[in-house]
Design a protein around this ligand. Structure first.
Ligand SMILES: Nc1ncnc2c1ncn2[C@@H]1O[C@H](COP(=O)(O)OP(=O)(O)OP(=O)(O)O)[C@@H](O)[C@H]1O
Ligand SMILES: [Mg+2]
Length: 262
């Protein structure tokens, strides 16, 4: 039985039609006092694509993600997610929209006092209508299987390696079957082999669920392998966008510096 068939349908109706952007950021400005962080930043994320955002430390990547999910207000410009203008939504509408956007924060932590099963139950019970126990259990197992960790269901976070914890955090996001996933530094702090596994998982999720993703990363291997397109956030603006291969051919010292050292 496909447990997904029993999830209450909370799908937000796309108002822009097929082929249009799931996420649009248009000329967004955000400052903290005199510190200009986003200075007319624009970008789009289309259905099914993975876009990587690279930028120096402190350039505003995490701020951008927080603006996208409505955790931080921005000063001007437009952010439209699944056709909805984020700045115009009330708390209830924002909560609903957030069930369609999975986010993995920098160093996303599991709830230490909960088992893996309880960690995955948490978003379901918070955001979905009550499910039958058996349906819920199947959905949890299916989602854990999609990150390759069904056998950890009864374990506690402290019993898992760092890479496994990150996979479980991803499963906890995936369980609501979001249309968009926002990853903030998904491979930072992991050894090369575990990083590679996370990259493969990001690609698997794109394939398996057709999810579009925004991936913030310093890891050029992650950009090269996991993204269809990259955006360079530089001095608050979208300095350049294109596939890794396309940007590699551009004879621009700033772009080249990012590709070599980020
Ligand atoms: N709530 C806040 N109040 C004041 N300043 C903030 C706040 N959040 C972020 N900043 C500042 O905005 C700038 C951008 O921060 P942000 O966290 O987006 O950087 P980042 O690009 O994600 O960096 P890193 O790669 O190190 O994670 C920094 O100078 C930071 O100090
Ligand atoms: Mg950050």
């Amino acid at each position: 039985m496909n447990a997904l068939a029993n999830i209450p349908d909370t799908t937000t109706v796309l108002q822009n039609g097929p082929g249009s952007a799931l996420l649009e950021v248009i000329e967004v400005y955000k400052a903290f006092g005199s510190l200009k962080v986003l200075d007319g930043f624009s970008m789009k994320l289309f259905s099914g694509e993975n876009v990587a955002i690279v930028g120096k430390s402190g350039s505003g990547k995490s701020v951008l993600l927080k603006c996208i999910i409505g955790l931080l207000p921005y000063d001007s410009g437009i952010i439209r997610v699944l056709g909805q203008d984020v700045s115009q939504l009330d708390q209830r509408q924002l909560d609903r929209l957030r069930t369609e956007i999975g986010f993995l924060f920098q160093g996303s932590a599991l709830y230490d006092s909960m088992t893996v099963r309880e960690n995955l139950q948490f978003p379901l019970r918070r955001h979905m209508d009550k499910m039958q126990n058996q349906v819920e259990e199947e959905l949890i197992r299916e989602t854990l299987a999609s990150v390759g960790l069904e056998h950890t269901i009864d374990l506690w976070p402290e019993e898992l390696s760092g890479g496994m914890q990150r996979r479980i955090a991803l499963a906890r996001t995936l369980i609501l079957r979001p249309q968009i996933i926002l990853y903030d530094e998904p491979t930072t702090g992991l050894d090369p082999i575990t990083s590679r596994e996370i990259i493969e998982l990001i690609l698997d999720i794109q394939k398996q669920y057709g999810t579009a993703s925004l991936i913030i990363t310093h890891d050029m291997q992650c950009v090269r392998l996991a993204s269809d397109r990259m955006v360079i956030l530089h001095e608050g603006k979208n300095y350049a966008t294109g596939s890794y291969g396309d940007l590699k051919k551009r004879n621009d010292p700033i772009i080249q510096a990012f590709l070599e050292t980020s």
